[in-house]
Design a protein around this ligand. Sequence first.
Ligand code: ADP
Length: 186
Amino acid sequence: MQVRINDVVISVNTGDITAWAGDFIVNASNSGLYGGGGVDGAIHRAGGPQISAECAVIRQKQGGVMPGQAALTTAGRLPNLGIIHTVGPIWKGGGAGEAATLAKCYISSLELACARGARSIAYPNISTGVYGFPRRLACETALAAVVDYVQSTDPGKLPLNLIAFVCFEQDNTQLYEEMLRTYVTV
Ligand code: ADP
């Protein structure tokens, strides 16, 4: 399913994000940028050791990445222009600013991609795996953040024409489809 907002298509589909062939893939990483499990492990495996090598350089330079922030590496063997590693919040019950941090992940990744002239970017469902963020709230937060970014950015300064949400599980796809319908203007 997809909707168009200010000439940017926002799409939702189910699958493995490492099979997505657009410009930039976002990775749900950790503060140390050490490849882990879940989508992080899948991206590091598919892209190969060059990604970890660049993560190590970032670690050395800046000591890692804070939750809500993002850093760029090569995509290694993957056909994309690069991987944007963002660090989602660990869910602690909702009173620790988790939703605001999650929104920042989506925005800082978009900013990084746009600064590189990205025409397309794909997101996994950041923080909804081992970091335990409730899926419905994560979906609402993600969509609200990207739609707000698209609507509030001067179209002349927005190289993007596609923002893809690649869900690994069908229940997340359904949530995104349901929520995205609320953005369709009749
Ligand atoms: P986090 O630590 O941010 O919670 P996880 O990798 O554990 O990150 O989970 C984030 C989301 O990524 C989950 O919804 C999980 O199902 C999904 N996921 C896992 N593997 C893949 C993949 N290959 N492609 C896309 N999404 C994936």
